[in-house]
Write a protein that binds this ligand. Structure first.
Ligand code: COD
Length: 299
């Protein structure tokens, strides 16, 4: 079982470099992270965007690009479409969001005619290494599905379980989160969480143990659960949290990243290829971890 993000980097380094199409690549932070990943032997990039801008930004970080790295397009929207097309055509194995808005990237990915859709829901999974927790913690969905219903949450849980298994967790433990651990119809996430728990028991979510509703303290700490008299098969040892909605998930992961010094990687599951969807303010390190994670998932 993988316990550190650095282990993901090391495992990805054992493989051939992953061919990555980077949409809207003309930005210093984006190029720095791709350059770092190239130097680590993780990726072989196709940088999609305005050639002039890509060359200027690359020169600013001292990266002399060879022609075969660049695919020239005029606008961000065209870059997103072209990068998705490179993945569809098999020229690239992974799609990476550069300096453009998440929804712009996702619309290209979700296009019925030219996107990377499958019969599965696309959902994002953050993989966090939190210094105060004994294993990697997966958080989903904090980046794509805004206010998912129960059916979507079941798919979100399934995608996260599938990723946890790829990271070597045999039987992932999932906490379906809410603010309290008893069912209150006035708090819809408690009802959703209880349903997810039952759906896993009935085989509608496969390959993991799902329990909920759990508040974050009872999910993370067995003592906290015990103090409240909660008997849960996952408390204190969870691999995955399924969050009530995008806002809650986003606040949770940024909290852990900024206040608890968590290291972060992330990937979109459910598309025909892994998609790296880092935020525009993410440091190069997070992007490199995400590229390594995506590399591990493809092929
Ligand atoms: N998986 C698969 N198909 C989907 C998904 C999904 N997660 N979401 C929508 N679709 C399909 C629908 O079935 C439909 O066919 C088509 O895509 C359009 O669906 P809409 O109209 O419901 O979706 P949109 O286009 O309004 O929005 C989809 C987004 C993913 C762009 C939207 O949910 C979004 O903006 N998410 C938040 C992204 C974001 O800003 N994240 C930032 C936080 S870091």
């Amino acid at each position: 079982m993988i316990r550190k993000l650095q282990e993901i980097v090391e495992l990805a380094q054992e493989k051939q470099p992953t061919r990555v199409a980077v949409a809207a690549a003309a930005h210093k932070l984006v190029l720095q992270s791709v350059q770092r990943a190239v130097n680590l032997g993780l990726v072989e990039p196709l940088l999609v965007g305005r050639e002039e801008d890509i060359r200027r930004e690359a020169a600013a970080i001292g990266w002399e690009l060879t022609d075969e790295y660049i695919v020239s397009t005029e606008t961000n929207r065209a870059a997103a479409t072209a990068a998705v097309e490179l993945v569809r055509e098999g020229e690239a194995e992974v799609l990476m969001k550069g300096y453009l808005h998440t929804d712009e990237m996702l619309h290209a990915v979700l296009s019925k005619e030219t996107g990377l859709r499958t019969d599965r829901l696309l959902s994002h999974v953050f993989v966090l290494e939190v210094p105060t927790y004994h294993k990697l913690l997966l958080i989903s969905d904090a980046a794509i599905n805004i206010n998912p219903d129960i059916t979507k949450k079941a798919s979100i849980a399934q995608n996260a379980i599938d990723l946890a298994k790829k990271l070597g967790v045999e039987l992932p433990k999932v906490a379906a989160l809410s603010s309290v651990e008893t069912i209150n119809p006035n708090i819809p996430s408690t009802v959703h969480a209880a349903c997810l728990s039952k759906m896993a028991e009935r085989g509608q979510i496969k390959g993991g143990i799902v329990d909920g509703p759990l508040a974050f303290d009872n999910a993370i700490s067995a003592e906290a659960a015990e103090d409240k008299g909660i008997k849960s098969p996952v408390s204190g040892d969870i691999d995955v949290v399924v969050v009530p909605d995008l806002d809650a998930g986003n606040i949770l992961f940024k909290n852990l990243e900024y206040l608890a010094s968590a290291k972060v990687a992330g990937v979109v599951m459910g598309a025909s290829a892994p998609v790296v969807l880092t935020s525009r303010s993410d440091p190069p390190k997070a992007r490199v971890y995400s590229l390594a994670l995506a590399g591990l998932l493809c092929c």
